[in-house]
Design a protein around this ligand. Structure first.
Ligand code: PLP
Length: 375
């Protein structure tokens, strides 16, 4: 019997909210206002309220959110930015887009998050920012990170592309550092129907600078006060995202329930789960990841049983051809490199049925690696 469970699917969700989405699109198209109008403004206010941040600035992607956050601190050519190599290439390309140099630190082998203990030795006189990535929705301990940075003038720019709906202590991820950068790429925990992103901050000065940066450096008048670019969130995407945000509490809860079922149901000594950090108070997984030393075997097994999967992330960025000029050699980030060969992301989207979730769990529990587990 052919089960097919995709890795990600938005079409069922679309059917549930279709009336609201089509109405939102129609309203924008009939409004006579397609750029920076009332939808973007309303979505910014609603997303700020959702995260508990004071301000939000809608942008055209999560990549730009990181770039503009760096620009808001005047970070650019030859400045150094500490981050990790097991992230989306977007994190690194955003740093490079402003001319800064990424300095990679290794991750904790159990959580796969930035190893906060490795940050202090990576800081040089040129370090201007740290971009912790809240991978899979799990929280990098920002309080510990701040302690590692001490009184140095270094910005903390949180990559929250996986972190919608996760909290450290009582605060939403993205509100602990200086600026939180979110993506609404369609597969993200809250997704648009195209590219979109946002920066959140509590700092009024940074807020006003981010608004200029997304619009050619303009401040009211069409006169560039600072060098900016075009990175506006569209009215259409904002209107769609308002519908998605309204539906988010229910969908996020379902996502957490699926992950609880996975955590409790997956009982296979050949599979390791990702450890949740102590800093994480509420975990809303963007991805549910298992690790195995026979990932090729697990991929074949899942394919045979009609189960989609992803690998986040399969190729460590410091070893990619484009970034060879940074000078990193194999074995310089051992935990990062080992995990790239072991991680596999399971199907996870809120409209998965219980039957599908149980089929994934059973299939995983039936998995026997072909090669003996090393390590
Ligand atoms: C998706 C993603 C981004 C970038 O977002 P885009 O909207 O695709 O530009 C940045 N960092 C991480 C970790 C991501 O997963």
């Amino acid at each position: 019997m052919a089960h097919h469970i995709p890795f990600f699917d938005y079409s069922r969700e679309y059917e549930m909210i279709r009336n609201d989405i089509t109405k939102a699109v129609d309203d924008v198209c009939r409004s006579g206002q397609l750029i920076l109008g009332k939808q973007v403004k309303a979505f910014e206010e609603e997303f700020a309220a959702f995260t508990g941040a004071k301000f939000a600035v809608g942008l055209n992607s999560g990549t730009d959110a990181i770039s503009l956050a760096l620009m808001a601190f005047d970070i650019g050519h030859d400045d150094e930015v500490v981050t990790v190599a097991n992230t989306a290439v977007a994190t690194v390309s955003a740093i490079r887009a402003v001319g800064a140099i990424p300095r990679f630190v290794d991750v904790d082998p159990e959580t796969l998050l930035l190893d906060v203990n490795k940050v202090a030795p990576a800081i040089t006189g040129k370090t201007k920012a740290i971009v912790p990535v809240h991978l899979y929705g799990n929280s990098v301990d920002i309080t510990a990170l701040k302690a590692a940075v001490g009184s140095k003038n270094i910005a903390i720019i949180e990559d929250c592309a996986h972190a919608h709906g996760s909290k450290q202590s009582t605060k939403d991820l993205g509100t602990l550092g200086d600026i939180g950068c979110f993506s609404f790429y369609p597969t993200k925990t809250i997704g648009a129907y195209g590219d979109a992103g946002i920066c959140i901050t509590d700092n009024a000065e940074l807020y006003s600078k981010l608004k200029k940066l997304r619009m050619y450096g303009f401040d009211g008048q069409p006169i560039a006060n600072i060098e900016g670019r075009n990175s506006r969130l569209d009215e259409l995407h904002a209107a769609i995202l308002r519908v998605k945000l309204k539906a988010a509490p229910e969908f996020l809860k379902r996502r957490r329930d699926i992950c609880t079922a996975y955590s409790q149901g997956i009982k296979n000594s050949h599979l390791k789960l990702i450890k949740t950090t102590a800093a994480t108070q509420v975990l809303t997984n963007h991805l549910f990841v298992v690790r195995t030393s026979d990932r090729d075997g697990l991929m074949k097994h899942l394919e045979k049983h009609g189960i989609g999967f992803g690998t986040h992330y399969r190729y460590p960025i410091h070893l990619m051809p484009a970034y060879q000029f940074l000078g990193y050699k194999p074995d310089t980030l051992p935990a990062t490199e080992t995990n790239c060969n072991q991680v596999l992301s399971l199907p996870l989207f809120p409209t998965m049925t219980d039957t599908e979730v149980q089929h994934v769990i059973k299939t995983l529990n039936d998995f026997v690696p072909m090669k003996a587990a090393t390590k």
